[in-house]
Design a protein around this ligand. Structure first.
Ligand SMILES: NC(=O)c1ccc[n+]([C@@H]2O[C@H](COP(=O)([O-])OP(=O)(O)OC[C@H]3O[C@@H](n4cnc5c(N)ncnc54)[C@H](OP(=O)(O)O)[C@@H]3O)[C@@H](O)[C@H]2O)c1
Length: 275
């Protein structure tokens, strides 16, 4: 019993110390971009939005942000299954649902892609869930096939692709997952050069699920990670993406956005909406 108590106490101390170190690290290193406070915003930049991964924890918030944005006139969701939020959006006429099974082939979507301005990509999974080949298929082949199809259908601005990669993504990294996501970050930016498309990668820390999907634990995690800027609610990440899309002459193609950067752009989204 005594041993168990000591073990529990030891675990708590290690957890608390790690948390403090992570938060200090986040506070000291994150936030590499200084956004223009009152930047010019193109109100047509998010006219037609397409969301991927909308059934997932991050994607549900990206979808919610797009559904609530008054400048979004048309919203496509590309998915292999539905969710309560998607069902509600379809019922209200806000969402055009596109059921898709093969995420490497978008030939059937050429007409929609010719109109799309902004893509919010929350499709992905943990490297713990799949083998390396499947990980590459989902995180490299899927988005690259999509970008090629989009650029075949359209090349004129405003166009922005927002890709959730995650902290630790590194094209030269030791881990397969980090290298593959880093490879996609680079390849999609290279494909966009000379076109009207800008690509952005979000090296987020913890993306807190929407309140509808969350629970006491997710909110506790948010509380613990807030001091270091290590957490963003998924809906706020979506708003940061929409804000970055709308600032058509601010960030260049290929910009990497860290967690604190996205928090700042989400704040500026609220500022613009309240003006
Ligand atoms: N959550 C976080 O805190 C966090 C932080 C940093 C980065 N990220 C990154 O964000 C991405 C999404 O994470 P998440 O937490 O939202 O994951 P999630 O809750 O598991 O959602 C994954 C989404 O991707 C779709 N998806 C996965 N595999 C697919 C496949 N083979 N074909 C078609 N659709 C597929 C899922 O669709 P179905 O519902 O049809 O399966 C779902 O919409 C991942 O790349 C993750 O590494 C997440």
């Amino acid at each position: 019993m005594k041993l168990l108590g000591r073990f529990g106490l030891g675990f708590l101390v290690i957890f608390a110390v790690s948390l403090i170190i992570f938060n200090i690290w986040g506070y000291a290193t994150l936030g590499t971009i200084t956004p223009i406070v009152d930047a010019e915003r193109n109100l047509d930049a998010n006219k037609v939005v397409m969301v991927f991964g909308a059934t997932g924890s991050a994607g549900d918030g990206l979808l919610k942000a797009a559904m609530e944005d008054p400048t979004v006139e048309s919203l496509h969701v590309v998915t292999r299954r539905s969710s309560d939020r998607i069902d509600a959006g379809v019922a209200s006429g806000k969402i055009n649902l596109i059921m898709q099974q093969d995420f490497t082939d978008y030939a059937a979507l050429a007409a929609e892609l010719a109109e799309v301005n902004t893509v919010l990509w929350g499709l992905g999974t943990s490297s713990l869930n799949v083998d390396d080949a499947t990980y590459t298929l989902i995180h490299v082949d899927f988005p690259i096939a999509f970008i090629k199809a989009w650029l075949t259908a359209r090349q004129h601005a405003p166009m922005a692709f927002h890709f959730v990669t995650g902290v630790g993504t590194d094209p030269e990294g030791d881990d397969h997952w980090a290298r593959e996501k880093g490879r996609t970050e680079r390849e999609m930016a290279a494909l966009a050069v000379g076109t009207g498309l800008r690509t952005f990668s979000y090296r987020s820390w913890y993306i807190r699920p929407t309140t509808e999907r969350g629970n006491a634990l997710t909110h506790l995690a948010e509380l613990l990670l807030t001091p270091g800027g290590l957490v963003i609610p998924s809906i706020e990440l979506g708003r940061a993406m929409l804000e970055i899309s709308s600032r058509t002459s601010e960030l260049p193609n290929g910009t990497l956005i860290d967690n604190l950067d996205s928090i700042r752009y989400a704040e500026l989204y609220h500022r613009a909406m309240n003006n």
